[in-house]
Write a protein that binds this ligand. Structure first.
Ligand code: G
Ligand code: MN
Length: 364
C-alpha cells in the first residue's frame, strides 16, 4: 500500500490508520520519490493527494493506469474541482475523497477497491483449449523481428517477438496463457529458441538477437545445454527476463543467470518501470542491459516525472556498468528526450515495427 501526501502530518495520519487496520503502508511526502515507487513496485492499493508540487495525483494515476488497469487508486483532495473529479473518473480512480477524510471512510474505500481488483483479476483467468488446438497454434508460430539502434542510429540488434498465425490463439498473450493453462510453456519456449537460433547465422555481423524468456524457461534444462541450438550461438544472444511473470517462481534465479552468462549469453532485465521489475533486480541480478518499459517512454518529452524517473534509472545503471535500452519509442520527440537523458539503445515503432525477416530483407 502506497500513501502520498506532501503534507507530512496528513501522510503520517493515513499511514497510521492503514497500519492499525493491518496494512503495510509505504508513506511518501515527496511525489517524485513516490513516482519512482509506482513504476518499480506493485502495491495492493495507492492513496494519493491530488494537489502537490511538480507532480499531481492525477498525473501519477495516469502513469499507473498506463500499465496497471486494476490496482485501486484513491485520490484525496482539499480542493475538490470538477476538472480533477472528471479526470479522476476517466482514469478510473476507485474513489475521490474530500479532506478531511474520515478514517472509516478511507478504510472502506481501500477494502472495496482491493475486493473489486481481485474480482477483475479472477475474471481474466481462462480455461485451457483442447490439446490439438494448442498443437495447431504451436505449428503456426513465427518470430517477428524489431530493430534496436545505438546512439548513432546504427543497428545494434533485433528483439524477436512471438507470433502465431492461428485464428483463435494468434495473439501472443492469448497463446501464452493457453500454453500456460496446458502446462506447455516450456515446449513453447523451446520452439521460440529453436526459431531464434536458426535466425542468428542470417544476421549481419556484430548484430545481436534479443530473446524473451518466460519464467518457466528458467527451469528447463534445454536452456542451459551448451549444445542446444541457441546455446551454440550464445555470444550473439541477449536473454530478456522480466518480473512480469513473477520471477520469485525461480528462487535460484541469480545462480541460473550466472550459469547462462557462463555459456556466453548476455542478460537484460525487461520492462523496468512497468511496476513489475523492482530496482533491486538491477542490483541483485547484475544484468548487462536493462530495458525501460514503454509505459515510461510514452510522452516522456511532456512529463517531468517520467524524465526524472528515467534519469534516475540511467544514473543507477551507469554506476553499475549496465547499458540502458529505451523501448516503445513512437515519436521523434520521445527519441530525442531519451537520448538526452543518456539511454544507450533505442527500440520502438519509430525506428521499426516488428516484422517478418523476409520483410526486413526487402527493406534493404
Ligand atoms: O514485454 P516486451 O517489452 O518484450 O513487449 C514487446 C511488445 O511491445 C511487442 O508485442 C511489440 O509488438 C510491442 N512494441 C514494440 N515497440 C512498440 C512501440 O513503439 N509502441 C507500442 N505501442 N508497442 C510496441
Ligand atoms: Mn522484451
Amino acid at each position: 500500500m502506497l500513501v502520498i501526501d506532501d503534507d507530512e502530518d496528513v501522510a503520517k495520519a493515513y499511514g497510521k490508520i492503514l497500519a492499525t487496520a493491518g496494512f503495510e503502508p509505504v508513506v511518501r511526502t515527496d511525489p517524485s520519490e513516490a513516482s519512482l515507487d509506482v513504476v518499480t513496485r506493485q502495491f495492493a492499493a495507492i492513496i494519493s493527494d491530488i494537489k502537490m508540487p511538480k507532480i499531481s495525483g492525477t498525473e501519477l494515476l495516469s502513469v499507473v493506469r498506463s500499465y496497471d488497469e486494476e490496482v485501486p487508486v484513491i485520490l484525496v483532495t482539499g480542493h475538490g474541482s470538477l476538472e480533477t473529479a472528471m479526470e479522476a473518473v476517466s482514469l478510473r480512480s476507485t474513489e475521490y475523497l474530500l479532506k478531511p477524510v474520515d478514517p472509516p471512510l478511507l478504510l472502506r474505500a481501500v477494502k472495496k477497491g482491493i475486493e473489486r481488483a481481485e474480482a477483475l483479476r479472477l475474471r481474466g483467468v481462462s480455461a485451457a483449449p483442447p490439446r490439438s488446438t494448442v498443437d495447431d497454434a504451436f505449428r503456426q508460430v513465427w518470430l517477428a523481428f524489431q530493430p534496436i539502434h545505438d546512439r548513432h542510429g546504427k543497428l545494434f540488434g533485433y528483439e524477436v517477438l512471438l507470433r502465431s498465425d492461428h485464428s483463435a490463439l494468434g495473439r501472443p498473450d492469448v497463446l501464452l496463457s493457453a500454453a500456460s493453462g496446458s502446462g506447455r510453456l516450456r515446449e513453447l519456449g523451446r520452439i521460440v529458441r529453436g526459431l531464434a537460433a536458426k535466425a542468428v547465422p542470417e544476421l549481419p555481423a556484430g548484430v545481436s538477437l534479443f530473446v524473451n524468456l518466460h519464467v518457466s524457461d528458467l527451469s528447463d534444462e534445454d536452456l542451459f545445454a551448451p549444445a542446444s541450438p541457441l546455446g551454440r550461438v550464445a555470444e550473439r544472444v541477449v536473454l530478456e527476463v522480466t518480473e512480469r511473470h513473477q520471477l520469485e517462481q525461480a528462487p535460484d534465479l541469480e545462480e541460473r543467470l550466472f550459469r547462462l552468462r557462463k555459456l556466453g549469453f548476455r542478460i537484460a532485465v525487461d520492462d523496468i518501470g512497468a511496476g513489475y521489475s523492482g530496482l533491486n533486480s538491477l542490483v541483485v541480478l547484475e544484468p548487462d542491459l536493462v530495458k525501460i518499459d514503454m509505459a515510461l517512454v510514452r510522452n516522456v518529452n511532456e512529463s517531468f516525472m517520467r524524465q526524472s524517473v528515467i534519469k534516475s534509472l540511467v544514473d543507477l545503471a551507469r554506476t553499475t556498468g549496465i547499458a540502458v535500452v529505451a523501448e516503445g519509442i513512437e515519436t521523434a520527440a520521445e527519441r530525442d528526450c531519451v537520448t538526452r537523458l543518456g539511454c544507450d539503445y533505442f527500440q520502438g515503432f519509430l525506428l521499426g515495427r516488428p516484422a517478418r525477416r523476409a520483410e526486413l530483407d526487402q527493406d534493404k
